[in-house]
Design a protein around this ligand. Structure first.
Ligand SMILES: O=P(O)(O)O[C@@H]1C[C@H](O)[C@@H](CO)O1
Ligand code: GUN
Length: 298
């Protein structure tokens, strides 16, 4: 590594080579578990798991990541099979507000690319701005607004690594249309359709939740759900040509009225996540099982 924040190709390669030497699994799908949604990883069969701290070059989990994941299982990369398809799951992700640079936040994505991953599934907990949404709804992400990115905070800043992708990558259509349609079909067949939405996710820096004026601004901008993650990971995945699918679990309605006495807190976010964790697990499992991927195990 050159400097504290500069990461070079060899750093990603070192982590990927180490993982390839430690597991026989050769995943084509990577899944990032949002706050409280780490149970997804427990559904993997024939698991090999690695604490982030044990993987050479990997960023380290902070206290937040541990508190917001499944107790005792935070900060792990879990390899295994979902309905016979080989996957790798991040149980606990890295957030910008924890103090990580965006290169660190997105480090695992490029490692996944070098492992041979072709599809990234991202999940997160988010607050809703859309008045028709309810707590516990699942929003299939159609598009995102990357507010830190618009202000110049972008993991792709700096010299471009051509081995991963082009200097100026397009982001229109980054959330795969085919997978979105498939998710809706699955929800219909599983009887989930009444609480599944499709919308625009907005990333803000956090760690504070929105002021009322900020919430009103986001609402006017056409944001359906707001959270503190996902966009940087999706950017980096899109840059290196991965297929992306994203889900937001609506854990709260963002307060938009000065008359409203309710306020959100992280504990209630985790409570709702827990309530819908199993549904999300079922949806993601079914989606992975229907994906047209080569299932390679070495
Ligand atoms: O990792 P995600 O985006 O699910 O985490 C959400 C956003 C904040 O980290 C936290 C707020 O409750 O949950
Ligand atoms: N920024 C933001 N992140 C969240 N994560 C879960 N709920 C929320 C919310 O209301 N706002």
């Amino acid at each position: 590594m050159h400097s504290k924040d500069q990461i070079c190709y060899e750093d990603y390669q070192q982590s990927a080579d180490w993982l390839l030497s430690q597991t026989q699994h050769r995943p084509k799908v990577a899944i990032i578990c949002g706050s409280g949604l780490g149970l997804l990883a427990d559904a993997l069969k024939c698991q090999d798991s690695f604490k982030y701290g044990d993987i050479p070059g990997f960023p380290q989990s902070t206290v937040h990541a541990i508190a917001s994941s499944v107790q005792g299982h935070a900060g792990r990369l879990v390899f295994g099979e979902l309905k016979g398809k080989t996957c790798v799951c991040m149980q606990g992700r890295f957030h910008m507000y924890e103090g990580h640079s965006l290169c660190k936040v997105t480090f695992p994505i490029r490692v996944f690319k070098l492992l041979g991953v072709e599809t990234l599934i991202v999940t997160n907990a988010a607050g809703s701005l859309n008045d028709t949404y309810h707590c516990g709804d699942i929003m299939v992400i159609k598009d995102h607004i990357n507010l830190p990115g618009l202000a110049g905070l972008n993991p792709l800043n700096g010299p471009n690594e051509e081995k991963f992708g082009p200097r100026f990558p397009p982001m229109s259509g980054v959330y795969d249309k085919h997978l979105r349609r498939m998710a809706f079909d699955i929800c219909k067949s599983l009887g989930f359709a009444q609480f599944v939405q499709e919308g625009v996710y907005c990333m803000v820096g956090g760690p504070n939740f929105e002021s009322i004026a900020e919430a009103r601004l986001l609402h006017r901008l056409g944001v359906d759900a707001v959270g503190m993650s996902t966009a940087p990971e999706v950017l980096v995945a899109g840059h290196c040509g991965m297929r992306v699918f994203g889900l937001s679990l609506i854990t709260n309605k963002v307060v938009k009225s000065y008359e409203d006495t309710e306020s959100v807190n992280h504990e209630s976010v985790l409570e709702v996540s827990k309530m819908r964790s199993e549904t999300l697990q079922t949806l993601v499992t079914e989606l992975v099982s229907r994906m047209d991927i080569n299932n390679n195990t070495a």
